[in-house]
Design a protein around this ligand. Structure first.
Ligand SMILES: Nc1nc2c(ncn2[C@@H]2O[C@H](COP(=O)(O)OP(=O)(O)OP(=O)(O)O)[C@@H](O)[C@H]2O)c(=O)[nH]1
Ligand SMILES: [Mg+2]
Length: 190
C-alpha cells in the first residue's frame, strides 16, 4: 500500500451519501469498540485519521479514506447495547446500502477482540457477508492484552473457527500483525 499518501475522503450517514463505486475497497467491520478505527490508523501510519474512542459506538457513519489505489472504509460497529431503535434502523439502512452490490469490495476485514469468543452479532455479520458473497479475513485485535499462553490459546480458538479464512492477530499498541495485514491488502487490490 502507498502508506505515505492517505487522506480522509468522506463520511456517510446514509446510503445516498456513499461515494460512487470505483476504486477497490477494503472495508472494516466488527462490534463496537473492537478496534476498527485504531487498525486503520495503524495501517495508514497516522495517529488519528480515523476517530478512536473508549466509548462504544463512536463511528456511526461509513468513513472513507483514500490510500494509494484503494479506499479503506471504516464501517459503524454493531453489538452496542445502548443503541436506540432509530439508530439501529439507520445502521441497517447504511450497511445494506453499502453491501447491496455494485461496489468494488476487494475484501472485508472482520475484527474480533482476541480475548472474546464469537458472539451472536458476529454470527449474524458472518451470515450477512456470506449471503452477499463478500470475501473476508479475520483480524484478532488487542493481542497486547494477553500473555503468551493466552495468546496461543485464543489464536488457536479463532483459527479453528475460521479454518479456510486468513486470520491475523494484531495489536494497535505494539503494531504486531500490521505488516502482514498490509501485505494481505496489497495482494487483494492488485
Ligand atoms: N490495548 C489495546 N487497545 C486497543 C487496541 N485497538 C483499539 N484499542 C482501544 O479500544 C478502544 C476502541 O477502539 P476504536 O478503534 O475506537 O474501536 P472501533 O471498533 O472503531 O469502535 P466504534 O467506532 O465504536 O465501532 C479505544 O480505547 C482504543 O484505544 C489494541 O490493539 N490494543
Ligand atoms: Mg470506530
Amino acid at each position: 500500500m502507498n502508506l505515505g499518501k492517505s487522506e480522509f475522503l468522506t463520511s456517510c450517514g446514509t446510503p445516498e451519501q456513499l461515494p460512487a463505486a470505483g476504486l477497490p475497497e477494503i472495508c472494516f467491520c466488527g462490534r463496537s469498540n473492537v478496534g476498527k478505527s485504531s487498525l486503520i490508523n495503524k495501517l495508514l501510519g497516522r495517529k488519528a485519521i480515523a476517530r478512536v474512542s473508549s466509548t462504544p459506538g463512536k463511528t456511526a457513519t461509513a468513513n472513507f479514506f483514500v490510500c494509494g489505489e484503494c479506499y479503506l472504509v471504516d464501517l459503524p460497529g454493531y453489538g452496542y447495547a445502548k443503541i436506540s431503535p432509530d439508530e439501529r434502523r439507520r445502521w441497517d439502512l447504511l450497511m445494506n446500502g453499502y453491501f447491496q452490490g455494485g461496489r468494488n469490495i476487494a475484501v472485508c476485514l472482520l475484527l474480533f477482540d482476541i480475548r472474546r469468543t464469537l458472539s451472536g452479532d458476529d454470527e449474524r455479520m458472518l451470515d450477512f457477508l456470506a449471503a452477499r458473497g463478500i470475501p473476508f479475513a479475520a483480524v484478532l485485535t488487542k493481542c497486547d492484552k494477553l500473555n503468551k499462553t493466552e495468546l496461543a490459546g485464543q489464536t488457536s480458538y479463532w483459527q479453528t473457527l475460521f479454518e479456510d479464512v486468513p486470520v491475523f492477530p494484531f495489536s494497535a499498541i505494539s503494531g504486531a500483525g500490521r505488516q502482514e495485514i498490509s501485505d494481505f491488502i496489497e495482494g487483494k487490490i492488485k
